[in-house]
Design a protein around this ligand. Sequence first.
Ligand SMILES: O=C(CO)[C@@H](O)[C@H](O)COP(=O)(O)O
Ligand SMILES: [Fe+2]
Length: 222
Amino acid sequence: MSARIHPSILAADFARLGAELERIRTADLIHFDVMDYHFVPNLSFGMPIFETITASSPLPLDVHLMISDPGRWAPGYAEAGAASVTFHAEATDDPAAVARDIRAAGARPALALKPGTAIEPYLEILGEFDMVLVMTVEPGFGGQAFMPETMPKLRALRERVDAEGLELRLQVDGGIDATTIATAAEHGADTFVAGSSVFGAENAAAQIELLRETADAHTHAH
Ligand SMILES: O=C(CO)[C@@H](O)[C@H](O)COP(=O)(O)O
Ligand SMILES: [Fe+2]
């Protein structure tokens, strides 16, 4: 299975949304960043834009909720057709319950960790999730620099997943380009969000292919 590339629509030109969706049709999923001016100091978009993109895109959406109180909002994205719904561990006291609600509503649940958040408190509930997102920037903005200090956490998670034979994808998000994707793949990521590096490329399809090939070339058997 080759590396999965999820362009972050946050970096698209929203005045030309239809054409932007067309430019990334060879990607695996569309990454959709929801920000609420509360969990993060930025506001992006929510359900109306989600529904517009879902209705007009051939690719399903990978929703990344950077919001407070995810238990209240996450199942709605699953019901509206999201392929996966990711919420932050820091935003809830009961991540296992939120994960079950997302799954019951028809999407794959995923747990996101900010760069400074450890995975250890969540090891016993990994079975509730289909994916863990190791943030490689502080959530809130596109276009930031990749944080290599998050790589030991990613590697520890990869070793645990392989040792226990868990069905868990490991996603990275933030500052992913043709250079940093190699580092993330070497440390065990298999799913890659890329905003600026895809939408900023003149040929987005070629950039998606370059990212996929670079990740595959740096992936150890797992
Ligand atoms: O969740 C976030 C930011 O909080 C991301 O999904 C960004 O949108 C990725 O953008 P680039 O760092 O690739 O430009
Ligand atoms: Fe994101």
